[in-house]
Design a protein around this ligand. Structure first.
Ligand SMILES: Cc1cc2nc3c(=O)[nH]c(=O)nc-3n(C[C@H](O)[C@H](O)[C@H](O)COP(=O)(O)OP(=O)(O)OC[C@H]3O[C@@H](n4cnc5c(N)ncnc54)[C@H](O)[C@@H]3O)c2cc1C
Length: 388
């Protein structure tokens, strides 16, 4: 067992950090308060080889590992927290599911623009009545000649105000086995996009409505029975979410640490008060332990798909740590930490959302408990007759 980066990983981390300092440090504060997808950053990252790190070279990717992509998020977020969203998009998000299961024709049509930072893809999974219970989704796809007629509503989709294409989870038939997904292009007749609403983080999302929206059969990503495959590759998205949460917590911690060495009260720097020293010690314990869980899940997955259990441990730990550390960092910095002069308050607001998104902490703990007891706990209400 070796807890050190390899020489190649050290070199890669150093290259990414130098790129981030040169291209992204200026404007980091302003960028965090802009709601749209930062296409300018995506184009810069594409030129730098930071989009598609884990995708096969045949697909226009870099053929790297998940751990490389985690390193990229850490190094970018340490300089510009908001730009880490682009690393997430280009390496961990629905693009990864798309590259995993898309046909040659689908990939040839959309991957070049996605990887070049010219186009963004949004994931439509959640519905008004299907959040954590995602398998309750009702958006339907009914065969209609050489097309499918899609009907239903999706909510909370990240990047939906800017996306040109949408990866939509649909129901082809009843039950778990009836779920799959397809790609819908913005502008398709029958597909309407509502007015943007804002999350606490400042990110925006739009309701997506499908009313007899005719989608060509060639846009089917996964047919009936595709749900398990989708969830397996969704664990990659969860690791990106974990890496960002931890990196933003660390960003806040580093800012607070520097502040505590220079800000003086009662004639002494803040870092000399034991009450704050213990806060920093606790933050360090949380950051270091969550990082080990994240690295283990990423390294064990290598180029494949991560284990659901290791991902659940990593995401729950990183989400909780990212938020708690960012929150404590605000406390250490007093009113300055609570103001928009630094990105510490942004890190707190942003990490809060990841405790809900992409598998809430509670749902992850359910998954972990199943591993602990080596049995499945059905979360569904039992029907009265079955319960008797
Ligand atoms: C920042 C952000 C970005 C998002 N991006 C996307 C996106 O791109 N695409 C997309 O489709 N969706 C997206 N979502 C939606 C996200 O997937 C859902 O919010 C999530 O699945 C939870 O669903 P819900 O909000 O409806 O909460 P609910 O499912 O209604 O849950 C409410 C609360 O009850 C808890 N709970 C529910 N069931 C159980 C249980 N069995 N045991 C214990 N506790 C339980 C939950 O953990 C939560 O705390 C995003 C959400 C956020 C916050």
């Amino acid at each position: 067992m070796n807890f050190e980066f390899t020489d190649e990983q050290k070199l890669f981390a150093d290259q990414v950090r130098r790129f981030a300092v040169a291209a992204l440090e200026k404007g980091a504060l302003k960028r965090a308060h802009e709601s749209g997808f930062p296409f300018d950053v995506a184009k810069l990252m594409s030129a730098q080889g930071l989009m598609g790190i884990t995708l096969a070279q045949a697909d226009g990717g870099q053929g790297g590992t998940l751990m490389d992509a985690v390193i990229a998020i850490e190094q970018i977020a340490a300089v510009c927290p908001r730009s880490a969203d682009v690393v997430q998009f280009g390496n961990f998000g629905p693009i990864r599911t798309f590259a995993e299961y898309g046909t040659g024709a689908q990939k040839a049509r959309w991957l070049p623009d996605l990887l070049a930072g010219r186009m963004v893809l949004s994931l439509g999974m959640t519905e008004p009545d299907a959040g954590s219970a995602v398998t309750d989704l009702t958006t339907s796809a009914r065969p209609d000649g050489s097309s499918f007629l899609v009907n239903g509503t999706k909510v909370f989709s990240t990047f939906s105000p800017d996306a040109a294409i949408f990866l939509i989870y649909v129901r082809y038939g009843p039950g778990l086995g009836g779920i799959g997904s397809l790609i819908v292009e913005r502008g398709t007749p029958g597909f309407s996009i509502g007015q943007p609403s804002s999350f606490m983080s400042g990110e925006q999302w739009c309701e997506l409505h499908f009313e007899n929206c005719s989608v060509p059969a060639g846009n089917v990503l996964l047919g009936p029975g595709g749900f398990k495959k989708q969830m397996a590759s969704f664990n990659v998205e969860r690791l990106g979410n974990s890496a960002r949460a931890l990196a933003l917590g660390r960003y806040a911690y580093n800012t607070a640490r520097a502040y505590a060495t220079t800000r003086e009260q009662f004639g002494r720097p803040l870092c000399e008060f034991q009450g704050l020293q213990w806060k920093f010690a606790e933050m360090a314990i949380k950051l270091e332990s969550a990082q080990l869980l994240l690295y283990r899940a990423a390294v064990n997955a290598d180029r494949g798909l991560p284990s659901a259990y290791e991902t659940a441990l990593a995401k729950a730990a990183c989400n909780q740590t990212g938020f708690e550390v960012a929150n404590d960092s605000i406390q250490v910095m007093g009113a300055f930490g609570y103001s928009r002069e630094t990105l510490v308050e942004y890190c707190m607001r942003r990490t809060r959302g990841w405790m809900i998104a992409g598998g809430s902490i509670e749902i992850l703990k359910n998954r972990i408990a199943e591993h602990v007891f080596d049995r499945r706990f059905d979360q569904r209400k039992r029907h009265a007759d079955a319960a008797e």
